[in-house]
Ligand binder design. Structure first.
Ligand SMILES: *[C@@H]1O[C@H](CO)[C@@H](O)[C@H](O)[C@H]1NC(C)=O
Ligand SMILES: *[C@@H]1O[C@H](CO)[C@@H](O)[C@H](O)[C@H]1NC(C)=O
Ligand SMILES: *[C@@H]1O[C@H](CO)[C@@H](O)[C@H](O)[C@H]1NC(C)=O
Ligand SMILES: *[C@@H]1O[C@H](CO)[C@@H](O)[C@H](O)[C@H]1NC(C)=O
Length: 428
């Protein structure tokens, strides 16, 4: 993935208001009209399509995850005004796998395949399929610019109708890529599902954060609840298949195997700027502590499970894995040691979630795609690169979310997690 640095380019006469503090989510909600009271609306589900990257070694998997972690940490800490204002933590993916969702823009809608990202909150389109103005398009007349590693996103700000399944959201602030913007893997932009506060910099004449698609859907009375349910299926080598579901306004009980444990989002910074939670982790039947109870985040834009360096070293010692710096950048085990690997146990909200040994290994069918040997076993737990105690001590990326159903409710600041039929699956 790339880091996307988001700058508002002040080339137009409309001066953009940049705010140096994260406004509370409540501000954005207060500004929106109260949702009308209506009879039950069904949650709306959208298929997530898994895309495999074609060719090329992905040995920078852990590096790119760490690079994103650095951006998230500095953005959330807000110690640097510059980074808070100008860095926009988007995972344009150069991962082996990404998840996309088809989103309509305009009237009638033109559909765009967008990367699902819970770590950023701007929705933008047009890297491949051109955005053509329709009757619902309003050109805000502001340029947007974003740098992301290998390339630069430049575009313009619009307001338009955004269609997600049956959900038709009016007056959504979106970015529209200028011609020539390149997204990997045939993706056309990003669906920003993160907290509203991350859009503080997008505000034009209004310093409050620009509402996300979810905010507007709720404010416009299209959803009964503010919940977003995410279900990812474990990775296989099938490309372009429907491999998960994104549900707005509820959860999908048939995707669960058990009940949802709901916890408040963490209050610890910088994790609290994202989908942050508190958890502790133990390993194996001995219950050895890997990570003491601490704050971190769940993030669809990160591939691996990243642990603070001290916790990562404990995990390395417990598993006996060695660092494969040369080829994959991942922890490696001889295939013969796979049987000795034991489960990790994530303690969240007083409940224990088992992350099996099969869940801890990179899908073997894709070993060669990351530059590894077909016969080795690579682990999807990586080093965050910073010590614990800094307020963002782990990232549960999609390798984690492929084994659990997760639910975000940014309105009541809660996070939910449940086992799924994939929790104990032998699939990797
Ligand atoms: C997977 O599908 C996407 C979208 O069609 C395409 O860009 C990509 O090259 C495909 N990957 C492989 C490994 O075939
Ligand atoms: C959008 O505009 C481009 C360039 O004018 C055109 O080639 C394309 O067909 C249009 N797409 C749609 C969906 O109307
Ligand atoms: C709910 O999840 C099940 C199992 O994954 C899936 O078959 C079904 O399509 C989902 N339904 C909705 C409405 O998301
Ligand atoms: C569902 O959960 C039950 C109880 O934890 C477990 O015994 C069962 O194997 C699980 N089913 C699947 C398909 O994982």
């Amino acid at each position: 993935m790339y880091r996307l640095h988001h700058h508002i380019v002040p080339t137009s006469p409309n001066v953009l208001m940049l705010t140096s503090t994260f406004a509370l989510l409540a501000l954005a909600l207060a500004a929106a009209a109260a949702p009308p009271v209506v009879v039950d609306k069904l949650p709306i589900s959208l298929a997530l399509t898994r895309r495999l990257k074609a060719g090329g070694s992905m040995k920078q998997l852990a590096d790119t995850d760490r690079a994103r972690a650095r951006v998230l940490q500095s953005l959330g800490k807000g110690t640097s005004k510059t980074s808070k204002r100008s860095v926009f933590p988007v995972s344009l993916t150069n991962e082996v796998v990404s998840y996309s969702v088809s989103v309509g823009v305009g009237t009638p809608p033109t559909y765009h395949d967008l990367l699902l990202d819970t770590g950023s909150s701007l929705t933008w389109v047009g890297a491949i399929t051109p955005y053509n103005e329709t009757s619902s398009s309003v050109d805000i007349g502001e340029p947007l610019e974003a740098e992301y590693g290998a390339g630069t996103f430049t575009g313009r700000a619009f307001q338009d109708t955004v269609t997600l399944g049956n959900l038709v959201v009016q007056k959504q602030f979106i970015g529209v890529a200028d011609p020539g913007t390149i997204m990997p893997d045939g993706l056309d932009g990003i669906l920003g599902m993160g907290p509203t506060d991350l859009n503080a910099d997008l505000s034009l004449d209004d310093p409050s954060p620009s509402p996300t698609v979810t905010d507007n859907a709720f404010a416009q009375g299209l959803l009964d609840t503010y919940e977003i349910g995410i279900q990812f299926h474990p990775t296989t080598s099938d490309n372009g298949t429907v491999d998960g579901m994104l549900t707005f306004g509820g959860t999908n009980s048939s995707a669960l195997n058990g009940t949802i444990t709901t916890v408040p989002l963490t209050s610890t910074t910088p994790s609290s700027s994202f989908v942050g939670i508190d958890q502790s982790i133990t390993y194996g039947t001995s219950g050895a502590t890997i990570l003491e109870s601490t704050a971190g985040i769940t993030d669809t834009g990160t591939a691996l499970i990243l642990l603070a360096s001290d916790a990562f070293r404990k995990y390395m010692k417990a598993t006996g894995a060695t660092m494969d710096d040369v080829e994959t950048g991942l922890l490696k085990l001889p295939a013969s040691q796979y049987d000795n690997l034991q489960s990790l146990f994530f303690n969240i909200g007083g409940q224990t979630f088992e992350f099996t040994k099969n869940a801890q290994i990179f899908p073997r069918s894709l070993n060669t795609d990351i530059g590894g040997d077909a016969d080795s076993v690579y682990l999807i737990v990586g080093d965050l690169g910073t010590p614990s105690g800094e307020g963002l001590d782990f990232i549960n990326g999609y390798a984690f979310m492929q084994r659990f159903y997760t639910v975000y409710n940014t309105q009541d600041s809660s996070f939910g997690i449940a086992n799924t039929p994939f929790t104990f699956a032998e699939i990797n």
